[in-house]
Write a protein that binds this ligand. Structure first.
Ligand code: PLP
Length: 323
């Protein structure tokens, strides 16, 4: 048995998106609602944290340490999970402490997380090491939750998410989703092989180059397979990643993301986030316009969460002015 603590609200629903499907001329369009995984506004990190928390608790850890961007969903969900299990949480965030913490950062503080600021990405790992060692010396038995929750333990969450999806009996030709640190995609890729998903998985890269991400996903899927008891190999060539939509960089919105956010909101009452799902949806819509999908394809947009970020002023202002 693989250690897991159950706190996600599962299975997440799969819902049709008929109004959006009509506009895009994809009648069999669905959304997998991992924005509804239940923990503190949900999102994909909840599934990973079920396995990461089980690991931390089995080691007797008293504090979780992780890192991310100011508006990191991963940090928000980790801070919430720590609170729920009575652990301390320290977040290493890149940037400067704003006068008025908003959105995910506001929530991090609400969950009682300690925040350590680093000015630049380059010094993040050394600050992370220092923070970890200090916590260790202080007897807090720290547990390092990897960036994005993406190591073999965390990726297990998406292996079993694929099993869950297959039990929902929707024969998908394509599953499209945002891909960044690769844990979601690696888990889905491995889960596809283990549980026999016949469709294809398309990760829309949020920030990384295709070659880097496919290598990372293939490697992580292989390492995750060992947690299931036997090693499987994955070639990077078998992993689909589209990196055409991330040239503006992480979290820098263009009109494409903004339009996608408006379209999902106004056709389906669905909230996308600015950084991840907004970008994945923008890429998806563009691919539809390019004729990438066949009209009768069954397509799943796998929603990975992130909505609190929409309330960060820097994003809200941009989304607001567009109409
Ligand atoms: C972290 C995150 C992703 C990316 O998932 P990875 O496993 O890091 O590739 C996608 N969407 C949202 C909302 C996220 O917070």
């Amino acid at each position: 048995m693989i250690p897991r603590v159950n706190f996600a609200h599962l299975p997440t629903p799969v819902e049709p998106m008929p109004r959006l499907g009509e506009i895009l001329n994809i009648p069999n369009l669905y959304v997998k609602r991992d924005d509804q995984t239940g923990l503190a506004f949900g999102g994909n990190k909840t599934r990973k944290l079920e396995f990461l928390l089980a690991d931390a608790l089995s080691q007797g850890s008293k504090t979780l340490i992780t890192t991310g961007a100011i508006q990191s969903n991963h940090c928000r969900q980790t801070a919430a999970a720590a609170a729920k299990f009575g652990l301390e949480c320290t977040l290493i965030l890149v940037g400067e402490s704003p006068e008025q913490p908003s959105a995910n950062l506001f929530l991090d503080k609400l969950f009682g997380a300690n925040i350590v600021w680093v000015n630049e990405v380059g010094s993040r790992d050394s600050v992370l090491d220092d923070t970890f060692n200090q916590a260790k010396t202080a007897g807090k038995q720290p547990y390092l939750v990897p960036y994005g929750g993406s190591n073999p333990t965390g990726a297990l969450g998406y292996v079993f998410a694929m099993q869950e999806f297959l039990e929902q009996k929707i024969e998908a030709d394509w599953i499209v989703f945002a891909s960044s640190s690769g844990g979601t995609q690696a888990g889905l890729v491995l889960g596809s092989r283990v549980f026999g998903f016949k469709g294809r998985l398309l990760g829309i890269s949020v920030d990384g180059k295709r070659n880097e991400l496919t290598n990372q996903v293939a490697d992580l899927a292989a390492r995750t397979s060992q947690k299931l008891g036997h090693h499987m190999d994955f070639s990077p060539e078998s992993i689909y990643v589209n990196d055409s939509y991330c040239s503006t960089g992480y979290g820098n919105l263009t009109n494409y993301e903004i339009e996608a956010i408006h379209l999902f909101a106004r056709t389906e009452g669905l909230l996308l986030d600015p950084v991840y799902t907004g970008r994945a949806a923008a890429g998806f819509i563009d691919l539809v316009h390019q004729g990438f999908f066949k009209k009768n394809d069954t397509v799943i947009f796998w929603h990975t969460g992130g909505q609190p970020a929409i309330f960060a002023p820097r994003y809200r202002e941009l989304i607001d002015i567009y109409d």
